[in-house]
Design a protein around this ligand. Sequence first.
Ligand code: AR6
Length: 168
Amino acid sequence: MPTLTLVQGDITAQTADAIVNAANSSLLGGGGVDGAIHRKGGPEILEACRKLRASHYGKGLATGDAVATTAGRLDARWVIHTVGPVWSAGEDRSELLASCYRRSLAVADELGARSVAFPAISTGVYGWPLDDGARIAVATVQGAETAVEDVRFVLFDERAYEAFAQQV
Ligand code: AR6
């Protein structure tokens, strides 16, 4: 089981083998953490995403899946893009959110990454309640079979940090 660390701040300022992006299925960028990663990482990341779309993900990356690209100018070797589920009050999509964390760690394992920084996937634009998103994130990483040694959750504000702190 990896060691869990909580940090409050901007994930694009982190040093890690891999930084996880809360992307959308188009892989072509967006707002929130996705926008910040592309802005700070530079055009190389978008270029790599475009190539992946053309070669493998013509219909988009499925919700719950993950794929890696270069990290461009970020202080990391890779960005792992994953697509969180949009929150639904009427349908339990928890398994898809858990899958984002599991698949990201599986991709990290394939790459040989030992340290991975995660944002709180789906808890922004996609509307997932923070406490539940934190619970799923921590439980999934704690239960993951992975060679990743260091998992860092990078929480943008104090509210998110506190929600994660309740879970560890
Ligand atoms: N560093 C760390 N966390 C951040 C940062 C940052 N720089 N910026 C925002 N957050 P969101 P989602 C937090 O909306 O809910 C995009 O448009 C934020 O406070 O980035 O999975 C994509 O293209 C929140 O807690 O991702 C998709 O269309 C968490 O990161 C869609 O948003 C996730 O918020 C994905 O929505």
